[in-house]
Design a protein around this ligand. Structure first.
Ligand code: PHE
Length: 433
């Protein structure tokens, strides 16, 4: 896991101490199964409520669209997105060679259901399982969970995409790598991208003892080229504006060597986007995969989506507000338009039109805007009918009052509504019902 740099800054660790822990409940129902709790249980109801949501599978949601764009960049890769977030600590850590004292294991950093069951902290937790099924080119998308501070780019649940590719660790496999590298290089040469690189292998980022250094170098190069191409696809834009700037940094992960992180320069800042490396041979051994060498990466989808869609706050991804969800179309990146986070106050107004009235919807809207200003968020014609006997027509509008920057009191809204009524009578001679 990238810790602490990429997804986690280890401050305010005790934040959840005071939150409702579920230690005293004897069992917890999660995704339809009951699990015993014990003295290390630290999941909270708020966290468990997120488990069934699976934003990456909600068509049209930015996280899901980003997933499909990345999937389409890697043709021929299998797609996996249905794995349960409940894993054993063994799978999340030990299988991936995490040392026994790694801070990620602690109850202050990770969510435990009990000693033997936790919420995965990264998608790498499924590497062994997927490799042992014989998959050698795959992408896995999932929700991951980490105890963390709260700010606009950190949330205790987020989504990662793990990608991996294996080659035969022999001359024919390396020929395949070289050909792919050639193709990727040509593509990048003709594009508007500036890449700061680090050596594929160095004394501080070593080749694994069981690897041929030439093979390891070729595979690391393939990893970098394919990810540079992906970043270009995601951030490169269509025109030839500012070049995209990417920087590669040496990193450490218990389950890859050499290992790297990638940052991109965006709006004046370097942003960490992903971690990756040449897969540790012992991971492949555990998965019973022989004679192969390969790479893996894990990228954070929220971070990338926040940049692509200009979404300013990571909490918005969890919004069920139509004003958020209705802005996005499946498969399309669009710029998010912000809206108020203060509550709505709905008021209805019904009136009889005077005889021969030409009062139009838009007249009504203009009048409302004129009287109340920007505090109106929307106005809907709620009902209209013609009285069968008197032949008079009636309209009911529902006005949604909401300020962009403060909560409105009911008294204030009633006063505004009174002003709207008065102006309607004065201007259009209506009769309020
Ligand atoms: N799992 C790592 C993380 O959570 C990222 C990673 C994936 C690193 C695959 C190397 C290989 O940050």
């Amino acid at each position: 896991m990238l810790r602490p740099q990429l997804f986690l800054r280890c401050t305010r660790r005790n934040f959840y101490r005071s939150a409702v822990a579920l230690k005293n409940t004897q069992t917890l129902e999660i995704l339809g199964d009951r699990h015993p709790t014990d003295e290390i249980t630290n999941v909270t109801p708020a966290i468990l409520a997120k488990v069934p949501v699976r934003l990456h599978t909600q068509t049209g949601h930015p996280i899901s669209t980003l997933r499909s764009i990345i999937e389409s960049y890697y043709p021929g890769f299998s797609h996996i997105s249905s794995f349960s977030p409940l894993v054993t600590p063994f799978k999340n850590f030990d299988e991936l060679s995490f040392p026994k004292d790694h801070p990620g294991r602690s109850v202050t950093d990770s969510y435990y259901i009990n000693k033997n069951l936790m919420l995965r902290t990264h998608t790498s937790a499924h590497e062994v399982e997927v490799f042992s099924k014989g998959e050698d080119k795959w992408l896995l998308t999932a929700d991951v969970y980490r105890r963390d501070e709260i700010d606009s780019s950190h949330y205790p649940v987020f989504h990662q995409m793990e990608g991996a590719r294996l080659f035969s660790a022999d001359a024919s496999g390396m020929k395949e790598v070289e050909e792919d590298n050639e193709r990727l290089l040509r593509h990048l040469e003709s594009s508007n991208i500036i890449i700061e690189d680090v050596p594929h292998i160095s004394s501080s980022n070593p080749v694994q003892p069981t690897h041929d250094p030439v093979y390891s170098e070729l595979v690391a190069k393939n990893l970098k080229l394919s990810l540079n191409g992906l970043l270009l696809r995601l951030f490169g834009g269509s025109g030839s504006e500012e070049p995209l700037r990417v920087r590669w940094i040496e990193a450490y992960f218990p389950f890859t060597s050499p290992s790297f992180e990638v940052e991109i320069f965006f709006r004046g800042k370097w942003l960490e986007i992903l971690g990756c490396g040449v897969i540790l041979q012992s991971t492949l051994d555990t998965a019973n995969v022989q004679g192969r060498i390969g790479w893996a990466f894990g990228l954070g989808l929220e971070r990338i989506a926040m940049i692509l869609y200009s979404i300013p706050d990571i909490r918005l991804f969890w919004s069920t507000d139509e004003r958020f969800l209705s802005q996005f179309k499946a498969g399309e990146i669009s710029t998010f338009k912000s809206y108020s986070k203060y509550p709505s106050c709905f008021k209805d107004i019904s009136y009889w039109h005077p005889e021969g009235s030409t009062l139009h919807d838009n007249d009504f809207c203009d009048l409302v805007r004129d009287v109340v200003g920007d505090i109106v968020e929307d106005v809907k014609l709620f009902d209209s009918f013609v009285h069968p006997k008197t032949n008079r027509s009636s309209s009911t509008y529902r006005i949604n009052y909401r300020s962009m920057d403060r909560s409105l009191s009911n008294k204030e809204v009633n006063e505004l509504q009174g002003l709207v009524e008065a102006r309607l009578i004065e201007k259009f001679r209506v009769e309020i019902r």
